[in-house]
Structure formats: structure tokens, C-alpha cells
Write a protein that binds this ligand. Structure first.
Ligand SMILES: [Zn+2]
Length: 302
């Protein structure tokens, strides 16, 4: 495997070296590992570079597998943006072999990362690096702003002619994210409840920022089976705290959320962790605002 990768890297080096124009497009090529990173990259580069997403619509990005063509495209990219610490091991394996590509690990652009809370997973040992940080930083708007500035700084180095554009776009993005942050803070300031019960623990940074508490059934990986007894434990917690809504994500089976909701007479409601590309033409801001409506209704916020 290592030698095959090295050969691919050599092939890629001719068409995508940092600072050079990518074949055909006339601009730098940026590859983002999944949707929120693609969104940020597109906001920063505008029309001055091409941005592609390794996780196509409908593909769960946790533990993404790469097709051979995607491995080749990574070798030819000028900039690859990903989330490290074992979130997508296949991506990290390939980019670990690249020498001419600028890499941004979204976790390294952040201060004060939360610990990955995988204590409820059966298979956490082989799915995630031990002691890995919670990967879901994109659900806190202020953290997305830091990522935007890191992308702008690297793009300014790769493509200095457009440095002002990239930095201006990062400032605009930060302003829009700041507005979103203020909307969240205002809407979640005074609520009857502060416990967010979710199927997949993707909302740790969001609950951390806005003074809520996340209680998850399946840990940080949406496809892991909950530990024995965890469903009953969460149901009991939800009943004790008068929780009225159990959240699940549309793309992953809602069964467990429904079981808990039925047991305590609560509703189930969708909360989107923004891991998949939105399919109906909505973007990061639209989904974040939908989530805010759902959360503030469920928690009885005034
Ligand atoms: Zn996740």
C-alpha cells in the first residue's frame, strides 16, 4: 500500500504543486473532506479556486472509505482540509503520504477542544484514536470563523495574487457567523430546560457554547451501537428531567430515538449535525437556523 501511494504522489506532484495552476481549471484546487469544510472553503475562495468534497451527498463522513480516483485527486490538490484524530482514518492515511500538498486539520485551528465522549460506545477502541478530541467543531459558529481564517491564510500563501480576496472573504464569513452566534445566544438564553437529548453526540461544542447539556445515546460515532443499558439509562434521565423531545438525525435510523420517546411519552424531532451535504439547496446557515428553531421549541425557550 505504501509504495502504491508513493507512486500516486509522484504522479500528482506534476499537476498540483503548491503555487502552480491545477491542470485544466486555471486555479488552485482545494479538497474538503466533508460538507462543513467544503462550505467554509467555498466561502473563502469564491471563484478563484475549485473546491470539491470527498464525501458525496448521502455518505456518512465518519470513517469514510476512499475510491482510487479520490486518492489520486488528493495527490493533485493544492490544499486539503480535513478533521484529524481518527475522524476519517482513510483520509488521514492518504494525506500522510503527501509531500507537496498544504494540509489543514480543522481541529488544529481551534483552541480548547472538548474530549471525545466515546464512553458509551462498544467499539470505540478501533473506531477512534484513544483520547481523541470531539471532532464536531463546526456546530459552534465561532469555531467555524477560526477555520475560515486558517483557510484564508493558507490560500494567501498558495495564491498570493488573491490574498486580499481570501482575507476579505474570511472577514465577511466571520461577520455572518458572529450574527448567527448572537441569534443562538439570544434564543437559548432563557429556556425551561437545558438538556439536549440526541441520538448521536455531535452537539457538544454547541451545547458547551450556549450553556446547554448534551445527553447522547450512541456516542460520537452515529453508526456505533449503544452500550448495553444505555437506552434505558437515557430514557430514565429524560423522564427525570421532563425532557419532551428526543432528537435524531434524518440520515441515520431513528429507531433508538423513537424507542426512548415512546417509553417516556416524548416527541422525536430531527436535528441535523451537518455532516452530510444538505440536499435541498440549503446551506450551513440555513441548517443551523433550522436547528436553532428546533432546539428552542424543544427546550421551551422564551
Ligand atoms: Zn458525528
Amino acid at each position: 500500500m505504501a509504495s502504491a501511494l508513493s507512486a500516486l504522489v509522484l504522479v500528482g506532484a506534476g499537476c498540483g504543486t503548491a503555487g502552480g495552476d491545477a491542470a485544466g481549471s486555471g486555479g488552485p484546487e482545494v479538497i474538503a473532506a466533508f460538507y462543513p469544510l467544503e462550505f467554509v472553503a467555498s466561502e473563502i475562495v469564491g471563484e478563484s479556486a475549485t473546491v470539491s468534497n470527498l464525501s458525496p451527498p448521502g455518505v456518512e463522513p465518519h470513517d469514510l472509505e476512499l475510491a482510487p480516483g479520490q486518492v489520486r485527486s488528493l495527490a493533485g490538490a493544492d490544499l486539503v482540509i480535513y478533521i484529524g484524530e481518527g475522524f476519517q482514518p482513510a483520509v488521514e492515511d492518504v494525506i500522510g503520504e503527501l509531500s507537496d500538498t498544504t494540509l489543514i486539520d480543522g481541529l488544529k485551528t481551534q483552541d480548547g477542544l472538548l474530549e471525545g465522549s466515546d464512553e458509551h460506545e462498544n467499539d470505540s477502541e478501533d473506531e477512534h484514536e484513544e483520547g481523541a478530541s470531539d471532532p464536531h467543531v463546526w456546530l459552534d459558529p465561532t469555531r467555524v470563523a477560526s477555520l475560515g481564517h486558517s483557510v484564508a491564510a493558507e490560500m494567501a500563501r498558495i495564491d498570493p495574487d488573491n490574498a486580499d480576496l481570501y482575507e476579505g472573504n474570511a472577514a465577511d464569513l466571520e461577520e455572518a457567523l458572529d450574527d448567527l452566534d448572537k441569534e443562538y445566544a439570544a434564543a437559548l438564553d432563557d429556556c425551561d430546560q437545558n438538556q439536549l437529548v440526541v441520538s448521536h453526540e455531535a452537539f457538544g461544542y454547541l451545547t458547551d457554547r450556549y450553556g446547554l447539556e448534551q445527553v447522547g445515546v450512541s456516542g460520537i460515532d452515529p453508526e456505533s451501537e449503544p452500550a448495553p443499558g444505555r437506552v434505558a439509562e437515557v430514557a430514565e434521565f429524560a423522564r427525570d428531567h421532563g425532557v419532551t423531545t428526543i432528537f435524531f438525525e434524518e440520515q441515520v435510523a431513528p429507531d433508538i430515538a423513537q424507542v426512548i420517546a415512546d417509553e417516556i411519552g416524548a416527541e422525536v424531532e430531527v436535528l441535523d449535525p451537518l455532516e452530510f451535504e444538505p440536499e435541498d439547496g440549503s446551506d450551513y446557515f440555513d441548517v443551523m437556523r433550522n436547528n436553532l428553531d428546533s432546539i428552542s421549541t424543544a427546550l421551551g425557550c422564551n
